[in-house]
Design a protein. Structure first.
Lengths: 270, 774
């Protein structure tokens, strides 16, 4: 994916030499509201939760109605089961179920006579050896802005040779997730000591910012979900056919259920 | 096997020749430009005494006319040249070469009333656009770079998608469904700089034909159109140097005789220098970037003797983009053609070509952590052997064989911190035998029929995968083939038929049917042709694309043939069309066929064209009303949806006015319905960020695209030794903000709202170009 982004950035650069932007009105159609599922089942002792909300029409404001009073159950292949508790509107937390590598978890959601199900397996853990954060002095395509310096982040880990591995990295600055999506597979790096950039143009950070990188080992379906995540649309150089991402949920179109390992590293910007 | 077939056909031709050779004699020869020695393409040869007779010289200037014994006046004519009248007593087979003199200026055009200018009415051709390079040179374009692809986009039935897109979408076909030929060699990627320029330097181009409907049987391998571009041969009389200096590129060409009257050469070059301006910047981030392309065309020909002429031609072009020595990509085409024209006798002409072409790209990323590169290539070697047999004044036949060996190197990925991956090469051989005949039973009917038989063999060695397309494209089996194994064979029969019925001197009705097949397919996740488009061949999973096209046309000329009107309706049915599944991995993926979805396509429309071809003022008005749809199983629940190149309305207006010998002005106006696009209808939130919910594929439209360009050319006083001109043009004169992309984002002033943001590129781009020749 690295090079595709590179190509896109070329197009952007070419464009930026002469391009301008303008906000326009688009009359979008109404959409049937979907239940959006975000399920997270980590193996490191963090809370297991499922968040349920509804999608809204494009021209409405960004207030997404919570889906309340759902019966959310997680059952694993070792015979454990747990009914999640709604601790805040639309936010369901597990009490007893824990994430263990190698186990498969079945999620079931019952709400408004609808049933949504999903399955996810926690792979063997691969540890995040280190993260390298360096200030970019050249090659910064958009040029540094006054507010901060631009940084490049590299992650280091060793890919096990005997399995197909899928990774997701989550970047947070001062505890707030940036929402950038970084997923890798080991198609080209099987069994290698990997040093891979989390490619992002114009990553601006200030002194004393705490950058946290969380590495998750995820299963293939979760990888496919994040990999197909793209919200580009429109013009000639962009992805021609934006579409809803692939999902591992049955019964709704939007969201995911991810059982995964987790490993974090922090870096304080000087 | 093929050679035996050919031998039989030739034998039949000779036998029929004997049978028919009674009291008729044949006049044959070559037609060329008196000033440059360049052979003419498409000059018309007629006999005044026999109105229904006549022939058109072929693409190498050869003509042959068989008529009864008698005294005749032969008329030879082509647009832009003074017509020739030649009288002769034909009592034996005769040979005569014609040399036509170019009109100094079209306004002084000599009108010989006896010559016909209604070739468009009487010929069987339908769905064909011919551009004259002289015409192209007067039409204003972006940055003043004359461009045949951009000019073709101004014709009905041909469109591009959005700003600066060099893609050709012909009658609902995709960009990758055009067969683009430069001196018979396939040009895989006809674009420079992501589509803002084409690979064709108009200094090197002699003739451009675009077949939107039925292409001659000698062409095959693409679904939607054939763009046949022929290079200039060079002046075999005198040496000349010409060129142009423009805002972003300069051109230079040299031509001259190798041996006067016998052979000539031409070398043209072009390079852009936009990156030179980047070097002027003191900012290190900017001045270390590179961004340029160049083209080199070369051609030579030599008349060995009266019967044999050889040609060599080649093209080399490359784009280079580099950022701060950290990221670079370069790509380009190479083509080479060797040809032998042989005149067997006064009726039988043959051309044998050995053709090579390739396209490759290389992406290189330099990082502190290590370098990373990808290389990919597609190439073919093609042998073509074609005969043209001017049987009598009613029948002209063409037949031949064609054998192409394709090699696709999908990609080699190398890097210091990754496992090098070399995707397996794919080899295939494509053979064709074809035959066509142009039959003119009388002055009313003109019929062209032909048949092309193609075989496509996907060859080993390699690992071939089987996928369950019903079940989420899961891999089900891997079969290993050895070198020389045939993995899969496809045989296709491609009939074609054109019928013209002349209602009167000034109007005719035409009908056509054709079937085309395509065995090389482009996989792209972008609407435009990007340098990293992926080519795949028909295989055990991918079936040949098939298109059946029906068209019907009415042609009418007004005002002594100076105004030509035509309307054509077409219907196209396409099979085995493909699209990518959501989130497809297309890079460095040897199981790419598992990322595909298959379905059908259809396109229909009506095209109207009113053209003024002669005189001080010329140009055209074109309008197309059309619909292009796809139906793919897992997209939009398997119902028909608009293809992205679907455009309901397409209007183009082109005007060129030669005021006098010093000044010419031109203007174009273009209006196209925005292409179909997928926009979100809903939204939701994942991990705190707004995400978009898409409900249907291509359910929305980009804003309509329109713009006007103008150009002014000043010709400086011409001497025997030197001529020059200055061209000034403005692109997008009224500054229309045409959408390049539309993106969706949270409103920065009100995070509870989302908004659509349009990016647009060019408003009022003036440019100036100086052209010279000595």
């Amino acid at each position: 994916m690295k090079y595709t982004s590179g190509l896109l950035s070329i197009a952007l650069l070419l464009g930026s030499l002469v391009s301008c932007t303008k906000v326009i009105d688009i009359d979008t159609n109404a959409s049937d509201s979907q239940i959006v599922v975000q399920g997270s089942l980590p193996s490191d002792g963090d809370k297991t939760f499922v968040k349920l909300m509804k999608s809204v029409n494009f021209d409405e404001s960004n207030n997404y109605p919570a889906v309340r009073n759902a019966v959310v159950t997680i059952v694993d292949d070792a015979g454990n089961s747990d009914i999640l508790t709604e601790v805040a509107p639309g936010f369901y937390e597990a009490d007893s179920i824990i994430g263990i590598s190698g186990r498969t978890y079945n999620l079931s959601i019952q709400v408004d006579s609808k049933t949504i199900t999903s399955t996810s397996t926690i792979p063997d853990k691969v540890t995040l050896d280190s993260i390298i954060v360096t200030e970019v002095t050249e090659g910064n395509i958009r040029g540094g802005a006054a507010s901060g310096k631009t940084y490049e982040v590299l992650v280091r880990y060793t890919d096990p040779a005997n399995t197909n591995n899928y990774y997701r990295f989550i970047e947070s600055v001062n505890g707030i997730e940036t929402g950038d999506i970084y997923v890798f597979d080991d198609r080209l790096t099987n069994g290698l000591a990997v040093e891979s950039p989390l490619l992002k143009f114009n990553r601006q950070l200030k002194s004393n910012d705490v950058l946290t990188i969380e590495m998750q080992c995820i299963d293939k379906n979760v990888y496919n979900y994040f990999k197909s995540f793209g919200n580009l649309s429109g013009g000639p150089q962009n992805s021609s056919t934006p579409a809803n991402p692939y999902t591992n949920l049955i019964g709704t179109k939007l969201g995911y259920f991810s059982a995964h390992t987790a490993d974090r590293k922090n870096h304080v910007i000087h | 096997m093929k050679y035996i077939t050919t031998a039989i056909v030739i034998a039949l031709v000779f036998i029929s020749n004997f049978v028919l050779a009674q009291n008729k004699f044949t006049l044959s020869g070559t037609i060329s430009d008196a000033g440059t020695g360049e052979t003419m393409i498409g000059a018309v040869v007629r006999v005044r005494e026999i109105p229904a007779s006549g022939t058109v010289c072929n693409e190498y200037g050869f003509y042959s006319l068989t008529i009864p014994k008698g005294s005749y006046t032969i008329l030879v004519q082509i647009v832009g040249y003074r017509a020739i009248e030649y009288t002769l007593d034909l009592s034996s087979d005769n040979s005569h070469d014609f040399k036509l003199v170019a009109n100094a200026k079209s306004l002084e055009e000599v009108v010989i009333t006896s010559t016909k200018r209604n070739e468009n009415i009487s010929s069987s051709k339908i769905g064909v656009e011919k551009l004259e390079v002289k015409e192209i040179k007067k039409i204003p374009v972006l940055f003043g770079e004359q461009d045949i692809l951009k000019t073709l986009q101004l014709l009905p039935g041909v469109k591009s998608i959005g700003e600066g897109n060099g893609g050709l979408y012909v009658r609902g076909g995709d960009n990758s469904q055009n067969l683009i030929l430069l001196d018979e060699a396939t040009v895989y990627n006809a674009n420079h700089l992501l589509g803002f320029f084409s690979t064709f330097n108009s200094d090197a181009i002699k003739d451009v034909s675009l077949y939107k409907g039925t292409a001659p049987a000698s062409y095959g391998g693409r679904l939607s159109s054939v763009l046949d571009v022929r290079m200039n041969e060079g002046n075999n009389q005198q040496y000349h140097v010409g060129g142009g200096i423009g805002l972003i590129a300069s051109r230079l060409n040299v031509e001259g005789p190798i041996v006067k009257d016998k052979g000539s050469f031409l070398i043209t070059g072009r390079r852009t220098y936009a990156d030179m301006f980047l070097k002027l910047s003191s900012d290190n981030n900017i001045n270390s970037n590179q961004l340029y392309f160049y083209d080199l065309n070369a051609k030579a020909n030599y008349q060995v003797n009266k019967k044999n002429k050889i040609f060599l031609s080649g093209y080399l072009g490359r784009d280079v983009l580099k950022f701060n020595n950290r990221f670079g990509i370069d790509w380009g085409n190479v083509t080479g053609t060797t040809r032998l024209n042989h005149i067997w006798n006064n009726k039988l002409f043959s051309n044998t070509s050995l053709i090579y072409s390739d396209y490759d790209y290389r992406v290189a990323i330099t990082r502190d952590a290590g370098d990373f590169s990808i290389t990919s290539k597609i190439k073919n070697v093609n042998l073509k052997h074609e005969f043209e047999y001017f049987r009598n004044n009613k029948n002209t036949m063409r037949f031949g064989i064609n054998s192409t060996y394709h090699t696709i190197t999908p990609g080699q990925v190398e890097g210091s911190d990754i496992n090098a991956v070399a995707l397996q090469n794919r080899n295939a051989i494509e053979n064709a035998v074809y035959f066509s005949n142009n039959w003119k039973p009388n002055a009313r009917w003109n019929v062209d029929y032909g048949l092309r038989l193609t075989t496509f063999n996907m060859l080993g060695p390699g690992d071939f995968y089987k996928f369950d397309y019903q079940n989420n494209n899961e891999l089900t089996d891997t079969i290993i083939y050895k070198k020389g194994d045939i993995v899969k064979t496809y045989i296709n029969l491609e009939p074609r038929l054109n019928i013209a019925y002349v209602l009167s001197e000034s109007n005719s009705l035409k009908l056509s049917y054709t079937r085309n097949t395509q065995n090389l397919h482009v996989i792209s996740n972008s609407t435009s042709s990007t340098p990293t488009d992926i080519w795949i061949a028909s295989s055990n999973n991918v079936k040949p694309e098939i298109c059946d096209q029906f068209s019907l046309g009415y042609f009418k000329n007004f005002k002594d043939n100076t105004l030509q009107f035509s309307t054509e309706v077409y219907y196209k049915q396409m099979q085995n069309q493909m699209d990518l599944k959501n989130g497809a991995e297309i890079r460095a993926n040897d199981r790419i066929e598992g990322e595909l979805l298959f379905g059908d396509g259809r396109a229909y429309g009506i095209e109207l064209l009113l053209k003024k071809k002669y005189g001080k003022f010329n140009g055209w008005v074109g309008y197309t009303l059309s619909r292009t749809e796809r139906k793919i199983d897992k997209i939009n629940d398997g119902s028909w949806y608009a293809a992205r190149q679907d455009a309901t309305h397409d209007v183009s207006v082109v005007g060129i006015y030669d005021i006098n010998k010093k000044w010419a002005v031109s203007a174009t106006w273009l209006y196209v319905t925005g292409n179909a696009v997928t926009f979100p209808s809903g939204k939701y939130e994942i991990n705190g960020l707004t995400q978009y919910y898409y409900t249907e594929r291509n359910g929305y439209r980009m804003p309509d695209y329109h713009r006007m360009d103008i150009g002014v050319t000043k010709y400086f006083k011409k001497s025997n030794k030197f001529e020059s001109s200055l061209n000034f043009s403005v692109y997008n004169l009224y500054g229309r903000k045409n959408a390049y992309t539309i993106d969706f984002e949270d409103n920065p002033n009100d995070p509870t709202k989302t908004q659509a943001v349009m990016t647009y590129l060019f408003t009022y781009v003036p440019s100036i170009t100086y052209n010279f020749k000595f």
